[in-house]
Every structure is written in C-alpha cells, then in structure tokens.
Write a protein that binds this ligand. Structure first.
Ligand code: ADP
Ligand code: MG
Length: 728
C-alpha cells in the first residue's frame, strides 16, 4: 500500500534551504522598476503625453485618441525594454481572483517579418470574450460582451513578461461586472462628501482620499504535505484533523524568530512585490503555528486594493518556487486561529491632513471629532451593510464562531476617546477653549495629546480606532478588499452628506457654523452610542448586551448576504451612485451561489474522504485488533482472556460505532444535498446548504477525528495537524 502521508513527510523532512539569488542592491534601486511609474512615464513619453497623463491621473481628465496612441507607444517601448512580449488588461472579476488574457505585441508584416504593435485603442478598451465570468444574470449570453477599460490611476506593470494594464470590467450596458468599478465610484462619493465637510474647516481642501493599509495573514504548508491532503487542495481548508497536542497554547510562535525557509520565501516575494511597487514593510510570525502576516505602507485605496490582489497572486506563485503552499483561506485549521485581513482605513485631504488623526490644536481636534463621530454614526446606521460585504463561506468560520472577530459589528474607540465623547454628550453650557483664530465661545473639547500615540488596543473588536485610522478586522484573509472598502466608503460618504445637510440647516436657522457643527455631532454621539463597545467581544456577556442594544448578531452567511438587498442598503448604494439595485442584486446572487458551491464542494470532499480514505483504514486497523484478540483467546485461559482483552474489545467496538456513524451521516448528508439541489430559489438553496448540509460536516469530522486518535499512526493516510503545522 502507498501511504502518501509518509512519502510526503519524507520529502518534507529532506527539504534543504534553497540558495536564493536576491540582488545585493538597496531596495530603493529596484523599487517599482516593473511599473510604468512617473519616472518611466517621463522617460518614455513626450512632454505633452506625460503632462496629459498626469492630468488624467490627478484630475480625471479624459484622453483624446491621439494622446492615447502616444501613451500606448511609450508604454510599449518601456515594456519591451523590460523584456515584455505580451500585454493584457488586468481586472478583478467577481470570481474573487484577478483575470488576464494575454495578447502578443507582434503583428506580422509584409515579407514574413513582424513588428511590435500596441495602439491607444488597445490600451484604453478591450472586449475580452468573458462570457464565463460570473455576472449574476446581468449579462445574458446573447449579449455576452463585457468591456475592460483602462484605470490610469493605477500604474501598468509587468508580470511574467506581460504588460498588465489595470482596468475596470463592465457589461455592454455599462453595468459593473467587477470589484473595481464600484470601488472607484465609492472613492469618488467619499471624496465629494468629505471634501464638503472638510471645507468647513479649511476652504483650500479640494480633494479627500480614502487610504488603506491591509495586514495580510496567511499559513504556509510544505507543498508535499499539502498535496497529500485532498481537502486542502480542493477546498483550501482541512475538513478533518484532530488537534495537535501542542499548537498555539504557549504563544511561542507569535513574533518569534522567523524560520529560515520561511524567511527565504518572504524575502523572495517581497523582492517581487517591491519591483512591482508594492510597499511591503512588515513581516512577522502570527499566533498560530505556521501562520504569518505581512503589511505594506498604506496607499490610496484603489492602489492598495490592486496591490493586495497582486500580492496574493505573488505569494502563491513564489510559494511554489519554495515548495510551500500558501493558504489564504480564513480557517484552514480547526482549533487554531484563522486568518483575517485587517483593513486599516482613513481619510486624508489633498492639503496633507489625516482627518482621523487628532491634532495638536483645538480646531484640528474639532475637525477630527467631526469625522470620527460621523464614522461611528455611519457604522451604527449601516452595520449590516458592512456585515454583508465581508460575508463568505470561508469567513463564516471566523465571524461568530468563537473566534476573532465576532459577527456583531461594533466599534472600539479606546477609553480616552470614549471619555471625550461622553463628555461632549453631557456638556450643556458653553465652555471656553483656547483656539487659534477659532471662535472661543464654543465648547471644543480638548483631546489629550497622548491620544496621538494611543496604545489602547482591543484585539477583539471587529472595527477599532487605532489612533489615526480605523481598523476593520472582520475582513477575511482571502477577500478582495474592494468589497468591504466600497461598503465603508459609501456608508461614510452617505453619512457625511447627511451631516452637511444637518449642519447647514442649523446655520440657515441662524446658528453660528461652529455651534451648528458641534450640536450635530453631539446629537450623533448620542444616537450612535450603542455601536461603541470597549469590552471583550468574544464573551457571552457581549452577546446578551448587544441584543439589549438592538445590535444584530448575524452568524449565517446567507442571512448576512441578504442584508445587501435590504431597502436601506439599496437606497444607500443608489443614492451615492455606487451600485444600482440590479448591480447589487447581481453581486448578491454571485455571492450566494459561491457560498452554496463552496459548501457543496466541502460536503462532497468530506464524504469522499470519509468513505475512501478513512473508513477502509479504520477497518483495516480494526481487523488487526480482531486478529490479535482471536490470538489472545488461543493462548490465554478464558478468565485471563476476558480480563486482558477488555480494552481491545472496547476499541474494536468503538471503531465500529464511529464507522457506522460516519456511514450513516455521509448518507444522510447526501440526501440533504440532493434535497437542497432540487431547490430552485437560490436564497432558499443557500439557506438549506447552511442549515441542513453544513452541520453534517462537523458531525462527520467529529467521528473521523476520534478515529485518528485510535487508529495505528502507521496506517493513517492524511498528514496530521502536528505535521502540517510544525514542518517548515
Ligand atoms: P498595527 O499596530 O495595527 O500593526 P501599523 O502601524 O503597523 O499598525 O499599521 C498597520 C497598517 O495600517 C499598515 O499597513 C499601515 O501602513 C496602515 N496605516 C497606518 N496609517 C494609516 C492611515 N492613515 N490610513 C490607512 N492605513 C494606515
Ligand atoms: Mg493592526
């Protein structure tokens, strides 16, 4: 018999450190060398085209055909100088991955030769035959055309000798078929709304940017062990596996010394990332064994989202080179921490002010409070929108599953800020505050300077203020950040628009501007109070408390997804011109279908593995026990036999019980699957998969994991947790 587990272990144990050829130069010498960045633009474009492109990037101007041709020609020369042979539009379809279709630069010319060609038209727009991308019913096959259109704000880059042009992806009728289109619209909505509010404080503000810095968590598993686990290969997570005697109890992995094979891997993908202009800065071991994290310096959200998608791709690609498999799944292993992608988010003005950073003066603190309170109010009003846009089959294992963070959306702001807000809420008469050039008759609360390096942290909160930004921690590790960021930008944009209406109404009634601003935030602080939670988000107390406050605890993924289609959500996205009802519905359907399919695949995998891998091995082992007992009976007198075969007999019996249970449950699960498959309504089908099929996964696993502890280690076919989690 071939036991792939032992073969895989042998390969893994024999791994040697690969000698890595990374350049000796400083990172700054090659940072961004594979991007068509400003330096490259300046070098390869005419002065006219360069200036025009900058205007397009910075001011959103449109491009005439002539200039587009010039830019394309420059981009082509640059790409060829870097060894590129092909070009592609690179986009984020709703599959969650990124998509590319490569075309060669060459076209044949007379005389049997060829020339490299790349025109403005090819740069600006393409029509990929993309009928297999999910469209959620938006694009019927008879109008299967989808268009990709250049996003000039994100630098073109070279990967695998291919010039990649970041694009949006829309249907023939202009509806979004990707993640980037609504993201860009939400960024613009937020820009408009936030600029209007920022101008209460500084008339020179012309633009407000949303900034994003993600922290990407991941696991690494040796490639040989990974391949010996069909569940990992097919679903991204282990559907079986008894806990290792030691895993993360001692917290000895967190921030520990990085193992050299892992470090080689990190250095390699960071090198690739830096060449692509991705500003990766931080790397460390995470809490669970073989779990790690990396994070870049934050960037404008659209760029940061592109960079995260690109990085996830690089991480997978480079891992193969190092005989690792990177696991981006939210919960690859039961019983140890799952992986998230903390989205650190803030808003900043073109005058260089981080609007979520407390300032040194009363005036800037006042501005900070205005934005901070509006975020609180937005999250309170639209918590379900955020919940809906982080829901996925993988993330369901984190949210609401006794793991960080919970499914209840709340905001942590720290004790000082809480005290400040409480204080404002209670202020009734006007107090004097020293303000430079500011109306001294208003009660601008003084925020302690110490807040700037606030170390007040609450690791259990799904949405935490961390001194100068909010950290949305409930995002799943494999997610495209665009979706949660689109949701966040939109709810805040909507809120800021409302805020301006409220403030202007008071001003119209004769209130002074500062008083009007203050009165409205005071009102908002009161109204949004329930969303603030400073305590332990994992505790059962919080479940009860949240319920009392009327905060929803949506554990089910199909239910969470459905919140996308709530009237208030549809109104929100339509009003802010981010997504239409039809587009939202398409997304909703795609997510639902994705959820159903993922559970379906897991259910099949668990059924197959249980029947073909686990049960035969359990029975084989049981047979050796039976043989043994029979032998004992032959050699022992009957009294001694009864005494000494007691535990063996018990094990034989227990194995049969587990085997029977597994067989029964697999059969029942199959029936539930068949029933679910007959359901035509997608919503009901997803709910059936969640409520009827999903529970079997846990039950079957329970029995298999018990068998793992009983069966001879020599026979067990799947790499065990201790092998997957501790080998490097
Ligand atoms: P932590 O203590 O949570 O690890 P870090 O300071 O290391 O915090 O930052 C984590 C991420 O937050 C990094 O990607 C960082 O660039 C990002 N970040 C910092 N400031 C901002 C900001 N103003 N807007 C968005 N992201 C930010
Ligand atoms: Mg952080």
């Amino acid at each position: 018999m071939t036991n792939f587990r032992f073969k895989a272990l042998e390969v893994t144990l024999a791994r040697k450190r690969k000698s890595l050829e990374l350049p000796k130069e400083k990172v700054s010498t090659y940072f961004g060398e594979l991007t068509f960045n400003r330096d490259a633009m300046r070098e390869f474009l005419t002065q006219e085209a360069f200036q025009k492109l900058i205007n397009v990037i910075e001011k959103g101007e449109t491009i005439e055909r002539k200039i587009a041709d010039q830019i394309a020609a420059g981009m082509k020369s640059w790409a060829i100088s870097k060894g590129a042979t092909h070009y592609t539009h690179w986009f984020h379809p709703l599959t969650g991955a990124t998509a590319e279709k490569h075309d060669a630069f060459i076209i044949p010319v007379e005389g049997g030769n060829a020339i490299e060609n790349f025109q403005g038209g090819e740069l600006i727009q393409q029509e990929p035959d993309a009928s297999s991308f999910p469209s959620g019913g938006i694009r019927n096959t008879f109008e299967a055309r989808g268009y990709t259109a250049w996003d000039p704000t994100s630098f073109a880059f070279i990967m695998e000798r291919t010039l990649c042009v970041p694009t949006i992806f829309v249907s023939y009728t202009g509806e979004a078929l990707d993640y980037k289109t609504p993201l860009l619209k939400s960024i613009s909505a937020l820009d408009n709304a936030a600029t209007n509010v920022a101008r209460y404080f500084n008339k020179n503000v012309k633009k407000v940017f949303a900034t994003l810095g993600w922290e990407q968590e991941y696991f690494l598993v040796d490639a040989a062990l990974f391949r010996a686990r069909p569940d990992l290969s097919l679903t991204g997570r282990t559907v079986f596996g008894h806990a290792s005697a030691k895993d993360q109890q001692l917290s000895d992995h967190y921030f520990g010394t990085i193992h050299e094979r892992v470090l080689d891997y990190m250095a390699d993908f960071e090198y690739e990332a830096h060449r692509l202009g991705i500003p990766i800065k931080t790397r460390h071991n995470e809490v669970a064994p073989n779990q790690f994290e990396c994070a870049p310096v934050y960037e404008e959200t659209n760029i940061s989202v592109d960079h995260n998608q690109l990085l996830m791709h690089l991480m997978e690609k480079v891992a193969r080179k190092h005989d690792f498999q990177v696991l981006l799944h939210e919960k690859p292993f039961k019983g140890v921490n799952g992986s998230g992608k903390h989205n650190n988010w803030s808003i900043a003005t073109d005058t260089g002010v981080n609007l979520l950073s407390p300032g040194k003066t009363a005036a800037s603190n006042f501005q900070f409070l205005v934005f901070m309170v509006n975020v609180l109010k937005a999250v309170d009003k639209h918590a379900n929108v955020l919940r809906a846009h982080i829901a996925s089959a993988g993330n369901a294992h984190r949210l609401g599953a006794h793991e960080a963070p919970p499914a209840i959306i709340s905001v942590f702001i720290g004790s000082q800020l809480s005290a400040t807000l409480d204080d404002i809420e209670k202020q009734t008469k006007k107090g004097k505050v020293e303000a430079n050039g500011f109306n001294p008759n208003i009660h601008i609360p003084k925020i302690p300077d110490i807040l700037i390096d606030n170390t007040d942290r609450n690791r259990t909160s799904p949405f935490a203020f961390t001194g100068n930004k909010f950290e949305f921690r409930a995002v799943g590790s494999s997610a495209n950040c665009a979706s949660p960021m689109t949701a966040l930008n939109t709810i805040v944009a909507d809120q800021l628009t409302e805020f301006k209406i409220d403030v202007d109404a008071l001003i119209k009634k004769g209130k002074r501007k500062d008083d009007a601003l203050f009165d409205v935030i005071k009102k908002y602080i009161k109204e949004s109070k329930r969303i603030r939670f400073e305590g332990n988000n994992y505790g059962d107390d919080w479940l009860a408390e949240a319920k009392k406050r009327g905060l929803e605890n949506i554990v089910s993924t199909p239910v969470a997804l459905k919140k996308m289609m709530d009237k208030s959500s549809v109104k929100l996205f339509e009003k802010n011109n981010v997504l239409t009802e039809r587009e939202l519905n398409a997304r909703y359907e795609i997510q639902l279908e994705n959820y159903t399919k993922k559970v379906q695949i897991e259910s099949r995998v668990i059924g197959d593995l249980a029947k073909n891998h686990i049960i035969p091995i359990a029975i084989r082992y049981q047979n050796t026990l039976i043989e043994n007992v029979k032998g004992l009976k032959d050699v022992l007198d009957s009294k001694t036999f009864v005494k000494l075969s007691r535990n063996q007999m018990l094990t034989i019996k227990e194995i049969s019980e587990h085997v029977e249970e597994i067989k029964d449950k697999v059969a029942e699960m199959l029936e539930e699957r068949k029933t679910a498959n007959r359901i035509e309504n997608m919503e009901d089908q997803a709910v059936a998969y969640n409520e009827k099929v999903m529970p079997y996964l846990d039950v079957i696993r329970h029995h298999v994991d018990k068998l793992e502890l009983m069966v001879d280690d020599e026979l067990w076919p799947l790499p065990k947790y201790r092998e997957l989690l501790f080998n490097k």
